[in-house]
Ligand binder design. Structure first.
Ligand SMILES: NC(=O)c1ccc[n+]([C@@H]2O[C@H](COP(=O)([O-])OP(=O)(O)OC[C@H]3O[C@@H](n4cnc5c(N)ncnc54)[C@H](O)[C@@H]3O)[C@@H](O)[C@H]2O)c1
Length: 315
């Protein structure tokens, strides 16, 4: 079987998981890892038996690398993704993809010009429960979708030092509701603030409104002493609840509560397998660069809404 030959740029907490999964998958062959921290690059490269680089430009000059995943600090994601696209590599860039819509637009444009696959690490779409919810909405099992409520709260993960909770954390839920509602919100209203983490906002309440009076409410913070990641979708006939951590899904209507059983699956494995198959077997991408750009646009609208105290219309 033809394998996708891959490398990872940025091998801290999350990039190391990318490297491990690429090593485990049948569809991929991990060739190299790169990190500006030389000791880290050496250690991870040794662990996986691949070559270490501290200079991504040098690594990207290798002709045998087909694709890369970018897992650097959020502020550096777009620069590294652009470099990789310019050298002809397919790219999976971690969320939030870029720090501005303008930067994200440049990535989309470059991928289109070079006819390369560009995707964003919106991992939540690969949680099996989200796929069940999507099908339940499409098959009208819950009736008409009315609203969604997402909660993603925990203590501040100290390694995140370059962006706030909206672009780091709430962005997952913004992407999920765009996906489930299958349309873009028309307006955003948000309240964000900074309690403990002085450099950026560490809590956010975001309300998105969609056509036909439908809405989504997203709560994110780095203030809660325990980790909760849940999503509730309410339809005219039933509601569905997902715990992202246990992957437990519940469907409730007026008569009964059901819990569909399916095996727990590692979402990163599903995500990276799909990344490889989009390139090797032309599988239809679940997420493209435009999804990253539009999600970032909504995150920026939320920050602007909080700053101005106004509802921001999405155009
Ligand atoms: N999709 C998800 O669920 C998910 C989960 C965790 C993290 N992430 C994303 O992954 C990224 C990394 O997060 P993390 O928690 O691993 O952070 P981290 O700080 O643990 O690791 C980042 C690594 O990137 C390296 N680095 C920074 N700039 C670089 C550059 N220009 N070239 C090469 N290496 C560089 C750093 O030395 C560090 O080792 C972030 O963008 C984060 O948003 C996504």
């Amino acid at each position: 079987m033809k394998k996708l030959r891959v490398a990872v740029i940025g091998i801290g907490f999350w990039g190391r998981n990318h490297a491990r999964v690429f090593k485990e998958l049948e569809e991929t062959e991990l060739l190299a890892v790169c990190d500006i921290n030389a000791e880290r690059a050496q250690n991870v490269a040794k662990q996986f038996g691949v070559k270490a680089y501290t200079n991504s430009g040098k690594m990207l000059r290798r002709k045998d690398i087909d694709a890369v995943s970018i897992c650097t600090w959020s502020l550096k994601l777009a620069d590294e993704a652009l470099k990789a696209l310019k050298t002809g590599k397919h790219v999976l860039v971690e969320k939030p993809m870029a720090v501005s819509v303008k930067q994200a637009g440049k990535l989309v444009e470059t991928a289109q010009q070079k006819k390369l696959h560009l995707t964003v690490g919106f991992l939540m779409r690969f949680i099996p429960g989200i796929q069940h919810m999507k099908k339940a909405i499409e098959n009208r099992i819950i009736g008409n979708l009315v609203c969604a409520t997402a909660k993603r709260v925990s203590e501040w993960p100290e390694r995140i030092g370059d962006i706030g909770v909206v672009k780091d954390t709430a962005i997952h839920d913004i992407d999920v509701v765009r996906y489930l509602f299958d349309e873009e919100p028309i307006a955003v209203y948000a309240k964000t603030g900074s309690m403990k983490y002085k450099k950026f906002e560490d809590y956010a309440q975001i309300m998105l409104t969609f056509n036909g009076g439908r809405s989504a409410f997203i709560e994110s913070n780095w203030l809660t002493p325990y980790k909760t990641r849940t999503l509730i979708i309410t339809g005219s006939k039933a509601i569905m609840k997902l715990d992202y951590i246990s992957q437990e899904l519940t469907i409730e209507d007026a008569k009964e509560t059901m819990q569909p059983r399916y095996p727990w699956q590692e979402p990163l494995k599903l995500e990276l397998q799909h990344f490889a198959n989009c390139i090797l077997r032309k599988e239809k991408p679940l997420i493209n660069g435009i999804d990253g750009l539009k999600t970032l646009q909504i995150a920026e609208a939320a920050l602007k809404s909080s700053e101005t105290g106004k509802v921001i219309r999405i155009t």
